[in-house]
Design a protein around this ligand. Structure first.
Ligand code: MN
Length: 207
């Protein structure tokens, strides 16, 4: 169980076990085009996390990372995939799908609450406490401190376990196929964000 730190790409000799890979990103903010991508975090669910850090001025030429993320046979797990796949499309030029989104799954089954943050899900479904204290920290700093690295790693640490619990709930509520269809649509939703329809519901009659 360790957090591995890399600069600008995954080393070629990092190997991940088969199956889904948990992915998260940290950026300077939440607006594409203004806020650069700083970190991509990965976990295969085996207990280790890998952080790939991009410096200011990076050309985002990360062939090993891109090959893994764009692999059509590898399911990617996210919490709020819409943001992560959008910013990776914008900076890395790849669509990191197919995907599963724990936030979307939560919205479909935990209809008794409006608390769908990762911290809330980890607490309710896994009985664990995670800190979101570093969420708003400076991911563009020259060096990431230990608290930032631990926070970044913890954002991908629980996604495999959450998927298991959420899949049980989706099955119980008869919403497995609806969830799958939503996940499959998310790349298009992210492309709409990037193309200039960030908030509008293009399916709505008005607005
Ligand atoms: Mn995060």
């Amino acid at each position: 169980m360790a957090v591995h730190f890399h600069e600008e790409d995954l080393p070629a000799d990092v190997s991940f076990r088969d199956g889904p890979i948990a992915v998260d990103t940290e950026a300077m903010g939440l607006i594409w085009g203004r806020d650069r991508l700083c970190v991509v975090q990965l976990s295969d669910g085996g207990g280790d996390e890998h952080l790939v850090r991009f410096r200011r001025g990076s050309n985002y030429d990360a062939p090993n990372l891109k090959a893994l993320l764009a692999d059509p046979d590898r399911l990617k797990l996210y919490h709020f995939a819409r943001f992560d796949i959008g910013i990776m499309q914008a900076y890395l030029g790849i669509m990191a799908a197919p995907l599963y989104c724990t936030r979307t799954a939560s919205r479909l089954v935990r209809t008794y609450t409006d608390r769908h943050g990762l911290k809330d899900l980890v607490k309710e479904l896994l009985g664990q406490e995670i800190s979101k204290q570093q969420q708003t920290s400076d991911w563009g700093a020259a060096e990431l401190n230990d608290a930032q690295r631990e926070y970044a790693a913890s954002d991908v640490r629980y996604l495999h376990a959450l998927k298991e619990r959420l899949d049980e709930r989706l099955e119980r509520e008869g919403r497995t196929e609806l969830a799958r269809a939503c996940f499959d649509f998310l790349p298009t939703r992210a492309l709409l964000d990037l193309a200039g329809w960030p908030e509008q519901d293009i399916f709505a009659h008005d607005g």
